[in-house]
Write a protein that binds this ligand. Sequence first.
Ligand code: GRF
Length: 202
Amino acid sequence: MLRLGVLASGRGSNLQALIDAIEAGSLAARLSIVISDNPHAQALERARRHGAQAVVIALEGERAAFEDRLVAALFAAGVDLVVLAGFMRLLGKRFLSRLPCPVMNIHPSLLPAFRGLRAQQQALDYGVKVAGCTVHFVDEGMDTGPIILQKAVPVKENDTEADLAARILAEEHQLLPAAVRLFAEGRLRLEGRKVRILPEKQ
Ligand code: GRF
């Protein structure tokens, strides 16, 4: 069974969506470890409630040392896939090259539009009529890796940042477990920067 490692800095509602899918039996995976750089992250509490290992690794001093500690913890947990679910730190080449498995991220925009922080506010400021979310494999750039799944939502006339964020978040909670499920089923094939989704095995 797929062993998952999740990195989360805050609320952890996307982590919860993964936990709910696992507990409902709709995602054949085991949550091996949740790591947060923030000791107060609600994500840690959600992990413990599920019975998963919850670890704090804070960024103190050198970023290289921080990344090495993350890799060591994920390696020790024997994870097959790492999911960044609201992890607020950029992970560099060092992390990615030392990690023995792929990394996925969930981002609240239709990439490649609105990379980085406050993507929903960026979308409102730009005036787009359609927003959404993206699950992608992580590469060395910021929100630039190969796209796995995307879902669009409408932007409504008087949306605030919170309104749009909530509409997108509801879709994130479907999209992230769906992407992890495809990975668990061996149905994602990377071809250059494109992710091919293979048909369901009969
Ligand atoms: C989500 O909007 C996610 O797309 C972004 O950070 C937010 C995390 O929310 N990367 P949560 O911690 O999963 O509730």
